[in-house]
Design a protein around this ligand. Sequence first.
Ligand code: MLT
Length: 271
Amino acid sequence: MPVKRYAHADIDFAYVDEGTGPPVLLVHGFPLDRTMWDAQVAALSTDFRVLAPDLRGFGESGIGPGDADDGVSMETYAADLVALLDAAGVSEPVVLAGFSMGGYVGWQFALQHVDRLRALVACDTRAIADTDEAAANRESMATEVLAADSSAAAEGMIPKLIAPRTLEFGGPAVARLMEMIGRATPAGIAAAQRGMAVRPDVRQQLAEIAVPALVVVGEEDAISPPTEMAEIAAALPDATFVEIPTAGHMSPLENPGDFNAALLDFLASLS
Ligand code: MLT
């Protein structure tokens, strides 16, 4: 897929932009990049214009000079997405699908840029803020990757990201996940971990997000469990809740068939 570029805040960003039709914006998780959505870009781009960016510090996108030290807030990643839409000439409101950290960014996009949003897909994500312990663990990983100048510490996340049976049988999902995490840079990891550690608890604001929403989760998700995501769906004014079988946290990668079917059904319901 050809990579396009845009500049914003003195940073050079990469994204793919495939197909024509109503715009769909796919926002990746941590510590991943736009390629986690390859199966969704392929499935959706026959009927939709699909944009999948690398968030700052990930994939082929650059990062700001102070970002690793200061952290990048979810609000800043959301503002980068608005700049992408402007650069790509997308003025029509988009359907934003955010996976995990991309979902945290999605809440901020929905709360601060609602004029640019047609509908929201919250994939394997959370509305609650970090506990003190979780925030401290993020700071430890940020310090460790920067000191070692290696992303190796992030590889320890793999057993939590995918369902035990996916991990046991290996295969393409595991290989692709390892490649993506291996590509992540210490600066990108530190910036995101420090930003996620201070992200707000948005549970009380979910009622304000009035656009149609799809809340989708792998049935074995250990990071954003189905019970927690069902509560998010109940708190949103207009949400459909779908559990993806035989998948853990990485449902778009572990079971793209069922994930894409849920996403396409939702998109069809909007028209
Ligand atoms: C992700 O998949 O984006 C991460 O698990 C999110 C997080 O670390 O909270």
